[in-house]
Design a protein around this ligand. Structure first.
Ligand code: ADP
Ligand code: ADP
Ligand code: MG
Length: 756
């Protein structure tokens, strides 16, 4: 654990600051803007710090500059909401911008003012620099917070603001430029003595030349868009034979997502860890590192769960990574929040390499806030206002252990493909802290910031969506972030598992069940993390629902049937045939309350079920007959059980134990026949797995294709998906919809094959 020596030196600053923040946190709950007393208190202490560590300090602060009165947030979703919460706590007014698709979004509701800046497509709204600057100027917002994604790492935008009277809440354009290219930044790092993954980072993009370079590096190699981010524009080539296709695909994704097809080639490490360092710098020459984060568990090179501190790292190595990260920031005259990402040899972590620097606030910054007790958005505001870093290296204290789990709308069983749709139902775990830090706990633990000494389950949810909101194809599929903190890693994992059990989402598929499995996986609990974690342990309990027994599933189905019973009973009492007068094919008009009621249900793993529900006093006896076995539940009560019905998912029942199950009501025979006929013939065809855009169709009718050959390339959520031939076949026809640029809904037939 990173325990720095300043324990002794620190109290005057940190306790007061903590106390002030605690008051602020309480006050913000009542939405009262808080005046910034903490700055006044901090001031006289600063000069003594200069004496303590001359190397990290430039000019001592001479009076603090005020924070802005109003800022514009050029983003959406959870990060926009999270930035606004800090602004509210500090009494700063907020201006939101939004696309037509987001008119009812949470960030629009949460802001003090909001302005529509264009259609759904990011290029016409959230990426419109001119419109965003115009809104800032018109509303008198003096700063723009770019969040992450969108314009956050856009040097041209930072430069545009540098020419205006509005401050960019990020590093200078020159630093974004220097670090914005994964290749140029590696040259800078090598010059600063930081090791990089061996590879070719130059400007020659000739395919034959690049293939030669790949040969020199040795396979497997990784092809990366130099301007890439979010795991996009990255392709692995295991063999020379795969290089050509991988290069083409990487370049295409790079051009489309980042406006630059330039790639670099580097050695692909097979079992590395991803460890990154949070750095912060001010305009006075101070720079610090605030703990590292391990983000190794990834799918499609994109993080799923992050933690701080990184498990199983020697204290010395932690410090070395921190110091290298600060050196990186200093090498480019960095200002503000940044992240320096390293890749480590999982077996020999002392072999580490610089990967890239993200010149913005990172998605996973909350884990750092949890273990440091700081609000990094507040720090960004301080730095942008021209003030010194609120604390310097010696004053930072890291304690406890934090995790962040990203809740994504995606189908974990279908290779984590993003999903979209309306959030029919969302229920969050009970949270103990609304924003950045653990200071809400201060009063309970006797005025001391943090969890030292006492068990405190800290649970925070950063979300930008509530029930009824839409997860749209146009933007990132991340719904929320669940952040927890405990005194140590084991405790934090337990808190996370418990919070995930309470997290309920109905609508698009989500990765919640996967996350539940992950935090209970023995290897994850041991901290045996690496980027290949899912590939390595996928077979041992990461997918499906391995921790729930058949009886538990049946009990959940029994509860779902009780819900159906009660719904029909309520409708019958109202004299109608179904709830809210919506008669359906499943309504039983003869049903009367207090009678036994039978349901024919279909469950994904249990198969067809016959369920009978009989009310007994204020409880229910339920019999669940499955093919294999019959289970009888006597005297079931419904306390703490939630059942939700949605068009796409049928019924979903959430048990207070965290067991979740979905099932559907079997339609009458005549109805099933009609629907089958409407759906048309299946088999021998390739369909779009989700709403997407056609990028390329590589085949023609009559063509012979080999199993595994790429036939159609789709793009959804800015990610390319290659649809491959399921077998050797002859193409029978290509759908008229299968043309580059066409938008197709889910399950659109694109290509058909001749029968075998
Ligand atoms: P990285 O994977 O580079 O370490 P993060 O995991 O912090 O970065 O994710 C940020 C990346 O994810 C962005 O660079 C962007 O590609 C994508 N992203 C996440 N959220 C958004 C958003 N709201 N808008 C656009 N892009 C986003
Ligand atoms: P992005 O900008 O998309 O975040 P990065 O360069 O940070 O791109 O890489 C994203 C992820 O890809 C890393 O976290 C790591 O899991 C994996 N990765 C990157 N470089 C390598 C490499 N050379 N070998 C193996 N895995 C890598
Ligand atoms: Mg990265």
């Amino acid at each position: 654990m990173l325990r720095t020596t300043q324990l002794v030196l620190r109290p005057r600053v940190a306790v007061r600051r903590g106390a002030a923040l605690a008051t602020a946190a309480l006050a913000s709950a009542r939405m009262v803007p808080v005046v910034r007393q903490l700055h006044v208190r901090r001031e006289p202490i600063a000069p003594s710090i200069t004496v303590r560590r001359a190397s990290t300090v430039a000019s001592p602060p001479t009076g603090l500059k005020p924070l802005p009165a109003k800022i514009l947030i050029a983003n959406r979703g959870e990060i926009a909401c999270r930035i606004m919460r800090t602004c509210r706590r500090l009494g700063i007014s907020t201006v939101a911008v939004f696309s037509e698709a987001d008119a009812k979004a949470q960030h629009v509701r949460l802001a003090d003012e909001a302005y529509c800046i264009g259609p759904a497509a990011s290029a016409e709204s959230y990426l419109r620099q001119d419109k965003i600057l115009a809104v800032a100027q018109r509303t008198g917002a003096t700063m723009i917070h770019p969040g992450y994604g969108f314009l956050s790492e856009n040097a041209a935008f930072a430069a545009l603001l540098e020419q205006s009277n509005v401050t960019f809440m990020g590093p200078p354009a020159s630093a974004i430029d220097a670090m914005g290219s994964k290749s140029a930044s590696k040259e800078i790092m090598l010059a600063a003595g930081v090791p990089c993954v061996p590879g070719y980072h130059g400007s020659n993009q000739d395919p034959t030349f690049l293939a030669q370079e790949a040969e020199k590096i040795g396979y497997p190699v990784l092809i990366k868009a130099v301007k890439g981010g979010g795991g996009k524009g990255m392709k692995i080539a295991d063999t020379p034979a795969e290089f050509g296709d991988a290069l083409e695909s990487a370049q295409r994704e790079a051009a489309k997502s980042f406006g630059d097809p330039t790639v670099l080639i580097e050695k692909y490490l097979t079992a590395p860890r991803h460890v990154e360092v949070q750095v912060f710098a001010d305009k006075h020459g101070n720079a610090v590192y605030i703990s590292e984060r391990d983000c190794s568990v990834q799918r499609r090179h994109q993080k799923i769960i992050e933690e701080a501190p990184a498990p199983h790292l020697a204290e010395e190595l932690r410090r070395e990574l921190g110091e290298k990260a600060v050196a990186a920031a200093k090498a480019v005259g960095y200002v503000g929040a940044g992240t320096v990402e390293f890749i480590l040899d999982a077996k020999r972590p002392e072999n580490f390499y610089f990967m890239e620097m993200n010149t913005r606030l990172q998605v996973e910054h909350p884990v750092t806030e949890m273990v440091s007790g700081l609000d990094l958005v507040e720090w960004q505001l301080e730095v942008a206002a021209g003030n010194r870093l609120p604390l310097l290296q010696e004053e930072l204290k890291i304690e406890g252990h934090a995790f962040e789990a990203r809740i994504y709308a995606e189908n974990t069983d279908a290779n984590f493909l993003p999903d979209t749709g309306r959030l029919v139902h969302v229920a969050l775990p009970s949270t103990s802290t609304l924003t950045h830090s653990n200071t809400a706990l201060a009063p309970r633990s006797g005025g001391v910031v943090g969890s030292e000494g006492q068990a405190e389950a800290v649970v925070r949810v950063d979300t930008g969506f509530v029930s009824g909101d839409e997860i749209s194809v146009h933007y990132d599929p991340m719904i929320a972030k669940l952040i927890v903190k405990g005194r140590d890693r084991t405790e934090a994992l337990r808190i996370m598992a418990n919070a995930l059990n309470q997290y309920q989402v109905v609508g698009p598929s989500t990765n919640i069940q996967f996350l539940k499995n992950l935090v209970r996986h023995p290897k994850f609990i041991e901290g045996q993390v690496e980027t290949g974690f899912i590939a390595k342990h996928g077979e041992t309990g990461l997918f499906g629902d391995p921790y729930t027994s058949e009886v538990q599933l049946q009990e959940a189905v029994a509860q779902g049937a009780i819900w159906l019973y009660q719904r029909d009973a309520a409708a019958a009492l109202r004299g109608g045939e179904a709830a809210e007068g919506k008669a359906s094919i499943w309504t039983n008009p003869a049903f009367r309350p207090a009678q036994t009621r039978r349901f024919e249900l279909q469950h994904k793993t249990l198969g067809p079920l016959r369920v009978s529900v009989t009310p007994v006093d204020d409880a229910f006896d339920v019999k669940v007959e499955a093919k294999q076995a019959t289970e009888e539940f006597k005297g079931l009560r419904t306390t703490g059980v939630t059942t939700v019905e949605a068009t796409r998912t049928g019924l979903t029942t959430f048990m207070p134990t965290g067991v979740v199950t979905s099932f559907s009501i079997v339609a009458p025979g005549w109805f099933a026949k009609i629907s089958e006929a409407a759906a048309g013939p299946v088999g021998d065809a390739l369909a779009s797995p989700m709403p997407s855009k056609i990028v390329d169709c590589k085949v023609k009718a009559g063509q012979q294709v080999k199993k595994g050959e790429t036939l159609v390339i789709l793009e959804a959520m800015k990610t390319e998906i290659a649809l491959k031939a399921p077998r050797d076949a002859v193409i029978k026809s290509i759908s008229g919809k299968c043309k580059p640029g066409a938008l197709v809904p889910e399950a659109t037939t694109l290509v058909t094959f001749e029968s075998e």
